[in-house]
Write a protein that binds this ligand. Structure first.
Ligand code: AMP
Length: 285
């Protein structure tokens, strides 16, 4: 596995690989790798001839008072894990090489960046313009055939798909299922912040989503959301949001009956902000 920090070197390798046969898969991450990230890297290894992964804790997607400074960083451990799952090129740039002096451009997917986590009462739209700007940059540098994202960040996946379509990137976006701990908690680098009590309370997010999913199958969306909220309340969790949104447009679910949607939750548990979601396809597949 090659490890590179210089964007110009990644662009050089990209040009070299483009001149050779074979496809390139790409997995962008913020590091502190866990099975969720590794599942994307393995999928890339299966579907593409070469796999590039990036580790970059992107400052522009963190708001004031969020956890940019304390976000877990362990390059050595991450390198070992990436190598073990067959990553060919690990790109670990410095902040100054991604945002050099004079950097002025922002990529914003309007509308989709303003709901759920992008609502002003949540992280705000600036979070997602940080995400889409850095993903656009990384896609240009790596120019992969397929980029892999997790359903865990359903809104992020919807924004990236929209951006890639709107701006004619040639990369295909593949969204893979959320990897969970044995008890159902969605894997996340932020789970590290949880003590035992908070970890056990955090499971309430998954329980609420599962309750909503099963209630939807038996009743309707309104009842499903009510039941989910009841579970959250019984666990003492006050969510930032607990909402059903169409998977592609992020419009409120119910506006297009039969369309796939997801129910998403965000909540702060003992000072740690966690998100999760479940997908529902009323068409039945
Ligand atoms: P992050 O490092 O948190 O920015 O995540 C990098 C990529 O891994 C994103 O596409 C995430 O959606 C994905 N990811 C994070 N957690 C999980 C998980 N539990 N299961 C599947 N994918 C995940």
């Amino acid at each position: 596995m090659l490890t590179v920090s210089d964007p110009a070197e990644v662009a050089r390798l990209r040009d070299q690989w483009r001149a050779e046969p074979g496809t390139v898969g790409f997995v962008p991450t913020m590091g502190d790798l866990h099975e969720g990230h590794l599942s994307l890297m393995r999928a890339s290894g299966q579907r593409c001839d070469r796999t590039v992964a990036s580790i970059f804790v992107n400052p522009t997607q963190f708001g004031e008072g969020e956890d940019f400074e304390r976000y877990p960083r362990d390059g050595e451990r991450d390198s070992r894990l990436a190598q073990d799952v067959g990553v060919d090129l690990l790109f670990m740039p410095e902040v100054a090489s991604i945002y050099p002096e004079g950097f002025r451009t922002t990529v914003e997917v309007t509308g989709l960046s303003e709901v759920l986590c992008g609502d002003r009462s949540s992280r705000g739209p600036g979070h997602f313009s940080g995400v889409t700007t850095v993903v656009a940059k990384l896609l240009n540098l790596v120019d992969p055939d397929i980029a892999f994202f997790g359903q865990k960040d359903a809104q992020q996946a919807a924004l990236v798909k929209r951006m890639v379509s709107d701006l004619d990137f040639r990369t295909k976006i593949s969204v893979l299922p959320t990897v969970r701990e044995e008890d159902g908690l969605a894997m996340s680098s932020r789970n590290r912040y949880l003590n035992e009590e908070a970890r056990s309370r955090a499971l309430g997010l998954y329980r609420a989503l599962e309750e909503a999913r099963t209630t939807f199958a038996e009743a309707d969306l309104e009842r499903a959301l009510e039941r989910g909220l009841e579970v959250l309340a019984s666990e003492g969790i006050e969510p930032e949001y607990f909402e059903a949104r169409l998977s592609g447009s992020l419009d409120p679910a119910g506006s297009e009956p039969g369309e796939p949607f997801f129910i998403a939750v965000a909540a702060e548990i003992d000072g740690t902000r966690l998100i999760d979601n479940v997908e529902i396809d009323p068409g039945g597949s």
